[in-house]
Design a protein around this ligand. Structure first.
Ligand code: AHM
Ligand code: MG
Length: 337
């Protein structure tokens, strides 16, 4: 069987006029960095990489050693790539423009180097999420403000999941495609072209322990899901929550479902837990490109005008009809007010 490597796939995308040579090379570099992260993650206790780094990130969250290692791997791999103007990371306070002595390009790269890192020490799947934007025209040295572009402006997005196998899920705006890492050759191989999320589902993913903190529309929606066959939804729902967004989204891309991290009043200053730029936008694009939908409970994630690099948003994504249903509960509640 002839295999389509990521390299070949990207060259074919370029030949089809869907990406430029620069974007092709940038994606290849990110994929290579993710292969290195996969090796670091895979060493587990033997690599001395588990546990806390003893530092905190800009959001006041404790950093794991692997958060810091993954961040450094991505920065280093891209420094000499020559395709970036600047990058921004969930683990860094501000964006960093490429230093003058490095080769430069026109893209902006955003990443969550190791999402779900609270799961590392228990050997559960984690992942890297990334998003690529263009540097605004006329800007020489980009600053944080130049990253504040809506998700619709992304030219590529993807994630790598470090699970039983390492997979890269990628979109350049023409479908969502899955690649599996061949650990023997170190090459990502196309394993599914054009992933499709079923439009309907009987499976939801949410951290139920926050239920008492949700707003009434969210309470009503989940109450109706839990009521099952005899309730207003007329069907039984199953629940899954891995607490690694990459793993939960990967399941949804594979077999459907709805993933929700709603707003809650635990900390009213935080409108949700997940970050628009590093998590919601790239996942939103991947899900939409697979025929699913992504909203913040009210509006399409990809159309939100960002106001801050580390801004948080409520996230509802997955099977199209179920996301529409959950969104309807919120909109109806707003109208009734
Ligand atoms: P992180 O980027 O600091 O790892 O946080 C994001 C993670 C997501 O992967 C996951 O969906 C969520 O946090 C889990 O949150 P909770 O611990 O509240 O269940
Ligand atoms: Mg993270």
């Amino acid at each position: 069987m002839s295999r389509t490597s990521l390299t070949r796939f990207l060259v074919e995308e370029q030949q089809a006029g869907r990406i430029t040579a620069d974007l092709r090379q940038l994606i290849a570099i990110v994929a290579r960095a993710c292969t290195s992260i996969s090796i670091a993650v895979g060493k587990g206790a033997l690599g001395g990489v588990l546990g806390d780094a003893g530092t905190g990130n800009v959001q006041g969250e404790a950093q794991k050693k692997l958060d810091v290692i993954s961040n450094d791997i991505l920065l280093e791999a891209n420094a000499w790539g020559g395709h970036l103007a600047a990058c921004a990371s969930e683990e860094m306070d501000h964006s960093t423009p490429m230093p003058a002595e490095y080769p430069h390009g026109d893209f902006l790269l955003l990443f969550d180097p190791l999402d779900g890192s609270s799961n590392i020490d228990v050997n559960v799947s984690v992942g890297t999420i990334f998003s690529v934007l263009r540097k605004p025209a006329g800007v020489d040295v980009p600053g944080d403000g130049d990253f504040l572009q809506p998700g619709t402006a992304q030219v590529a997005a993807g994630y790598t999941i470090y699970g039983p196998s390492t997979m890269l899920i990628l979109t350049v705006g023409h479908g969502t495609h899955a690649f599996t890492l061949d650990r023997e050759t170190g090459e990502f191989v196309l394993s599914q072209r054009g992933m499709r999320i079923p439009e309907d589902t009987r499976e939801f993913a949410i951290n139920m322990s926050n239920q008492r903190h949700w707003e009434p529309a969210m309470q009503a929606y989940v109450t109706d899901l839990l009521a099952g066959k005899t309730g207003p939804r007329g069907k039984d729902f199953n629940m899954r929550w891995i607490a690694s967004m990459v793993a939960d989204v990967h399941r949804i891309l594979t077999r459907g479902g709805i993933f929700i991290y709603p707003w809650d009043k635990k900390d009213p200053s935080k409108p949700g837990k997940l970050r628009l730029m590093y998590e919601a936008n790239p996942m939103g694009l991947l899900v939409e490109q697979a025929g699913g939908a992504a909203t913040n409970g009210r509006e399409r994630i990809l159309e939100i005008e960002p106001t801050g690099l580390h801004q948080r948003v409520p996230v509802f994504l997955g099977s199209k009809n179920e996301v529409a249903e959950a969104t309807r509960y919120h909109r109806n509640a707003d109208q009734a007010e």
